[in-house]
Design a protein around this ligand. Sequence first.
Ligand SMILES: Cc1cc2nc3c(=O)[nH]c(=O)nc-3n(C[C@H](O)[C@H](O)[C@H](O)COP(=O)(O)O)c2cc1C
Length: 371
Amino acid sequence: MLNTLVDGQDFKLGLFAPNCSGGLAVTKVPERWSASWADNLRLGRLADEVGIDFILPIARFVGYGGETNFHGSVLEPIPWATGLLAHTSRVVVFATVHTAFNHPVVSAKQLATIDHVSDGRAGVNIVAGWNQPEYLAMGLDLPTDHDDRYAMAQEWWEHVRTLWTCEGRIDLEGRFFSSHGVEAEPKPLQGTLPVLNAGSSAQGRDFAARNANYVFTIIGDADEGATLTKQLTETARNTYGREVGVMSPAHVVCKPTRAEALEYLHYYAEENADWDAVDNLMRLQGLHAQSFTKEMLASFRPRFAAGHGTCPLIGTPDEVADEIERYAKAGLAGMTLAFVDYVTGLEHFAAEVIPRLEAKGIRVPRAALSS
Ligand SMILES: Cc1cc2nc3c(=O)[nH]c(=O)nc-3n(C[C@H](O)[C@H](O)[C@H](O)COP(=O)(O)O)c2cc1C
């Protein structure tokens, strides 16, 4: 099967966070995303049909509170990905795995299994960890030394990769994980899986440059994307002799007129924002992660309500397509999309925006890629 995610042919489009209640919109509006399995299945089939390249879940174990308990209901990524992959035929589905909460022997086998279920369409998003309430929920301490979180992630990934290439029974000895007499069959169909990583600190970006196909990073706008892409691709090439693509998450409000788009944005992300959840989310991000700079956290409160601090794609189909073109020209390899209601949002995006991206030459029609 052709894995469109690593063909390097055009600008990749994914969906982010549909397994989480609310998706990326921290809002109380009744049409907010439920993240039910039925809705995820409808969305997965639609994504497959309209040529979305990949779907990326968030692994979340404790919600952010507020009136809606944003991200309080979350389909666990491994079984969620397995179900979606079994019901689709083209789209790549990632599983997001916390290296502190999952033993590499179990993860290696789970990820290889979903790769077999899907005939080679699985991917892995590696999370080193940052969210202290989740460590408490697991009975663990968040390592105060940020370097240690990534040292653990590196060892986790090296054990998984060794298990995917070893013959017979082996022992693995490490600082964080030890395994004796392990067998790891079956292997992933293509030897490994596409890897995403969303580390944002210096250590996180170094981890991504060393290990990932794509680094997922928060940027303020396309200009910042251009600077960061240059830095990250140079680090990967010069330090590790490898190629890495840069992607960024976005939220979309696309309507026939700009006034309608702005009106809907105001309705869900201002009038009906779940501000308590927004503030909890921003507080935790500020305390334990370095995804957002201090300047971003000071000014991004509306952007957090609208889309968890991601890039806004707001306006008419022409304006949204033009904005995506700016990110593509900045050198980004792709973006993820999120909508208040992913299904109706993606239907409209596929009908109105994707043809514009194809006309601009940013996207190759999916039918042409598979022929
Ligand atoms: C696109 C994207 C996806 C992420 N997915 C998750 C996730 O599923 N679970 C999670 O706990 N953190 C997730 N994060 C957070 C990062 O993995 C990372 O821990 C955080 O950005 C802090 O990185 P740092 O420790 O390098 O500062 C995500 C971040 C981004 C930008």
